[in-house]
Design a binder for this molecule. Structure first.
Ligand SMILES: [Zn+2]
Length: 451
């Protein structure tokens, strides 16, 4: 079934023979993963046995137990759990209704938002076309009102419209509250027209009490905008999340030890939002990177650099795990870091941020990944995923295997983040790309750190 991998195993066991080159080894690993990888079985097991994994809850802790067992089964060693503290936030009851019509609105509370009284609040809604319009509102002008912030997020392969509209969710509720709003509703950061609200984190500056904040599904946001254009609208909003400042989460890691002291970190984040099943965000990233490490381990090839798989905790509510990991490992020789956190669809582009001495390695990766339909970038300015950005800021090289995000924001942070959305051929293409790229980096010694 897999003659090339069998050949690789045989050659690895007989080092006296002149074996294939690193590039040839990477191509063999690529082709074996493309034929069949363990990513979908791993993802199925995680999301069936554990399901959603909201940060700092018992569900996330069950995810860590799953992760340690899966790493052990993959042949990883030095399996560790590294705890850190953070606030825990859990959703309560939530509903919204346009007064006088009986029309319910499909909503989801935003992470870290505050609570209404159990009976809810009833207030007039004020429309803002975007975040800039809210910024222009006079101080105190929203006293006693509910702010509704609209925006126009566009479908894009690279997901860039999420970044440019993200301020509406991250900072809109706090700004509206500063102008007197008793609550905030936003149009979901999403691209689908199902009645699925997209949750996600918001934040309030230190010292500012969180106010209720919810996202509306796109059809409901558009209904509300039409009614507001026709005249005043009053909404009854109930959202009763609970929060506790003394929660605990943790990062989980495991290694394929290298012969030297340099380390390559790959992985995904272990936590997920609560309203879906934690599949594309980010069970997929966990499964893709663990499957790649497992394939390298199973090949019998011995890396020069340690390959470390890290599953970061608590990404969604403020990158707690990524920041804790970088702080705890700032003296480690982490030369390259890469995260898979953009769903399970195919990789279409390879980008990096490495020292100039590492660019020939990136060019090797481009050659080996080209048959998978992966195009190069040339600017060497990749930022990396949220959890590896803190490592990059400390000087680790960054590798990004950019996934096609054309449909990612139809599903992201919604009840539709479920296993049936994963396409096996596409997730296996991811594993093929990761396996080849990680092997090329792990078998090499050219310097990659940027400082
Ligand atoms: Zn994610």
């Amino acid at each position: 079934m897999r003659p090339t991998l069998a050949l690789l195993l045989a050659l690895a066991a007989t080092p006296a023979l002149a074996g294939p080159s690193r590039v040839e080894q990477a191509a063999m690993l690529r082709d074996a993963a493309l034929a069949a990888s363990d990513a979908l079985p791993l993802l199925t097991d995680l999301t069936t046995r554990v399901g959603q994994r909201l940060a700092a809850t018992p569900a996330e802790a069950r995810g860590r137990e799953w992760a340690k067992a899966a790493m052990k089964a993959a042949g990883l060693v030095n399996i560790r759990e590294e705890p850190f503290t953070m606030p825990v936030w859990e959703r309560g009851a939530e509903s919204a209704e346009i007064i006088g019509t009986g029309q319910k609105l499909a909503i989801a509370a935003l992470g870290t938002s505050g609570a209404t009284p159990p009976e809810g609040i009833t207030a007039e809604v004020v429309y803002f076309a975007d975040y800039a319009a809210l910024q222009e509102a006079a101080p105190g002008s929203l006293a006693g009102k509910i702010a509704f912030i609209d925006h126009r997020m566009m479908r894009a392969q690279d997901g860039s419209s999420y970044g440019t509209n993200g301020v509406v969710r991250r900072a809109g509720p706090a700004l509206a509250a500063q102008k007197g709003a008793v609550a905030t509703m936003i149009r979901s950061l999403g691209t689908d027209y199902h009645r699925n609200p997209h949750t996600g984190s918001t934040s309030f500056p230190t010292g500012q009490a969180p106010t209720p904040a919810v996202a509306l599904a796109l059809p409901d946001a558009e209904l509300l905008a039409r009614r507001l254009a026709a005249g005043p609208v009053t909404v009854k909003l109930i959202s009763t999340p609970r929060s506790n400042p003394n929660g605990q989460s943790a990062n989980v890691s495991g290694d394929i030890p290298g012969s030297g002291d340099e380390i390559i970190v790959i992985g995904g984040h272990l936590d997920s939002w609560d309203i879906g099943q934690g599949v594309i965000d980010d069970g997929a990233g966990m499964a893709i990177t663990l499957s790649a490490a497992k394939a390298i381990k199973a090949s019998g090839l011995k890396p020069r650099r340690t390959i470390r798989v890290v599953f970061w905790g608590a990404e969604e509510e403020g990158i707690y795990g990524g920041r804790a990991y970088a702080e705890a490992h700032k003296t480690d020789r982490i030369v390259l870091a890469a995260e898979s956190d953009f769903g399970a669809d195919r990789v279409y582009r390879l980008s990096s941020k490495v020292a100039d001495t590492g660019l020939p390695l990136i060019a090797e990766m481009q050659r080996v990944l080209a048959p998978l339909g992966i195009a190069p970038t040339r600017d060497n300015t990749a930022g990396g995923g949220a959890d590896v950005a803190p490592l990059g800021a400390l000087g680790s090289g960054i590798l990004e295997l950019e996934q096609d995000g054309s449909r990612y924001f139809d599903l992201h942070h919604t009840p539709d983040d479920t296993l049936d959305k994963v396409d096996r051929a596409q997730i296996d293409q991811n594993v093929a790309a990761w396996t080849a790229a990680v092997w090329l980096a792990a078998s090499d010694d050219r310097p990659l750190r940027t400082k």
